[in-house]
Write a protein that binds this ligand. Structure first.
Ligand SMILES: [Zn+2]
Length: 61
């Protein structure tokens, strides 16, 4: 999973991965790790961005 230009520090590309401590999202360019709150905000933003499409599909069906 990759998000382009979403790094809050350098504007670089974020990727999601997991290790023995759990999931994390980090920046490819500067190595910045998102805090739990930043991860939640990013995932919530992406989830709501997809919401209208699903709602429209439901109405069309
Ligand atoms: Zn960065």
């Amino acid at each position: 999973m990759l998000w382009f230009r979403e790094c809050p520090r350098c504007g670089g590309d974020l990727y999601r991965d997991r290790d023995m401590y759990g999931r994390y999202i980090a920046c490819l360019q500067c190595g910045y790790y998102l805090s739990d709150a930043q991860m939640e905000a990013l995932e919530r933003m992406l989830a709501t961005a997809q919401e209208p499409e699903r709602a429209e599909a439901a109405v069309a069906a």
